[in-house]
Design a protein around this ligand. Structure first.
Ligand SMILES: Cc1cc2nc3c(=O)[nH]c(=O)nc-3n(C[C@H](O)[C@H](O)[C@H](O)COP(=O)(O)OP(=O)(O)OC[C@H]3O[C@@H](n4cnc5c(N)ncnc54)[C@H](O)[C@@H]3O)c2cc1C
Length: 403
């Protein structure tokens, strides 16, 4: 199936990612996870090696400084890259930079591309995406409170955000703020480029997430914007385009997450199967117990369903579709499968699954957010059901198409 899904040369490139992961990423995961100065320096060295190997920025096309060839290609590569929590960073395609690069590439002016996109894709700087606010429901962007008021040729931004991932040490933000409160709900907001060093940008704290505050790229920060002045020319697209651009950003961003999860699921699955064969209890290996066999069979079916849904969605995006139903469908389904497969793998490992002897405990903690970030499960289910029902209400039906 894989050979038919992917071009042979892409399968060949994927094997180069696998070799790089085995040689450089897996042996260094514990060192990177410590997030100390040595770990950060190591990431820099591995990034240099990834560039030399021609494996840099596989999410972006060559004209934007990457080595990518579209979404299906990137999905194929992520079956390897996604296996390690740190590999997207090593290959220069980590969230939220990848999504920010995507919208800068699509909507940036030549000057914005030169100042923000080029150094971002080159890995010289990091960025953050500042949309979610503590005081209103992030699921419903029409409730945003941050304001950008025009004063001559400048925006003056005031707002309170949190979960701005990677804000610690980042060079710039893309801030979502209301610029026209009187407009229709989906024309009220704009996305504005804000250099992090601009007076009035205050990084309040790295909010601990499941006990982990992180450092640099691994933070989720609370940020205040008080009287922050930036040129109106820092607007992405036109004023009022914020929601439209958010859709353009969040669609690809969501499927990028799912692609990474495919690697995580497959790694957890392999760990589960190997340990089930090795560990013995009650007179035989765990692999002989029917419950464990059910977990393995269910996981195999669910992972393959996620793979095929993801590849199908990626292909549709490459063909020019926004694939909004497909992206929402795979986002909530794969998030659930990710959590379930890692949970089963932890259970098969018993107490060892909760230690640092395997990557499972870190994978388990990281996986929980998947059901919330870039839209909670419930909202994605709502999007899918509404679209499907709308088609039926209009007298039609829902076509599942063919791969
Ligand atoms: C690890 C992590 C990283 C993140 N990174 C970023 C980032 O870089 N930038 C950024 O701007 N944001 C980021 N976020 C924020 C994320 O996108 C929001 O948390 C998300 O959009 C949900 O918003 P909320 O937390 O305000 O939940 P709310 O909108 O308050 O929703 C709370 C709960 O209500 C339920 N709910 C909501 N709507 C419905 C509905 N229609 N039907 C049924 N139930 C519903 C859901 O169960 C939901 O979990 C991140 C979040 C996490 C966890």
């Amino acid at each position: 199936m894989s050979a038919a899904l992917f071009a042979p040369e892409d399968v060949e490139t994927r094997s180069r990612y696998r070799a790089f992961m085995e040689e450089h990423v897996y042996p260094n995961e514990s060192a990177i996870e410590r997030e100390d100065d040595a770990g950060l320096a190591l990431v820099g060295q591995l990034q240099a090696k990834a560039r030399e190997a021609g494996l840099w920025a596989p999410h972006m096309p060559p004209e934007a400084g990457g080595t990518g060839k579209g979404f299906l290609y990137y999905a194929c590569m992520n079956e390897e890259i996604g296996r390690s929590m740190y590999a997207q960073l090593v290959f220069g395609c980590q969230a939220p930079d990848a999504g920010n690069a995507e919208i800068l590439h699509l909507f940036g002016t030549p000057a914005q591309k030169e100042r923000y996109l080029r150094p971002l894709v080159a890995g010289e700087v990091r960025s953050f995406f500042s949309m979610t606010e503590p005081d209103v429901a992030g699921s419903d962007p029409t409730t945003l409170r941050a304001r950008a008021v025009r004063d001559g040729e400048e925006w003056v931004i005031d707002g309170h955000k949190w979960f701005s991932s990677g804000a610690d040490g980042a060079a710039f933000a893309i801030v979502m703020a209301i610029t026209d409160p009187g407009a229709a709900p989906h024309r009220r907001s704009s996305q504005i480029l804000v250099p992090a060093a601009t007076p009035g940008v205050e990084l309040v704290r790295a909010t601990p997430v499941l006990g982990h505050a992180g450092r640099g790229w691994s933070t989720h920060c609370e940020v205040r914007y008080t009287g922050v002045r930036v040129p109106v020319s820092n607007t992405l697209g036109e004023p009022g385009d914020g929601s439209r651009i958010a859709q353009k950003r969040l669609g690809p961003g969501r499927i990028h997450h799912v692609m990474r999860w495919l690697g995580q699921m497959q790694r957890a699955f392999e760990l589960m199967c190997r340990y089930a064969l090795e560990r013995e209890a009650f007179g035989g290996p765990l692999a002989d117990k029917q419950t464990v066999q059910s977990w393995i069979a269910d996981s195999a079916a669910e992972i393959q369903a996620c793979r095929l849904l993801t590849m199908d969605t990626a292909r549709k995006i490459d063909e020019g579709s926004e694939a909004r139903v497909e992206v929402s469908l795979i986002k909530f389904y794969a998030a659930r499968v990710l959590c379930d497969v890692i949970d089963r793998a932890v259970q098969v490992h018993g107490a060892r699954g909760l230690t640092d002897e395997t990557p499972l405990s870190t994978m388990y903690l990281q996986a929980r957010g998947a059901r919330i970030y870039d839209g909670p499960d419930e909202v994605h289910r709502m999007v899918v059901a509404r679209r499907v029902l709308k088609a039926f209400a209009a007298g039609g039906g829902w076509s599942f198409g063919g791969l």
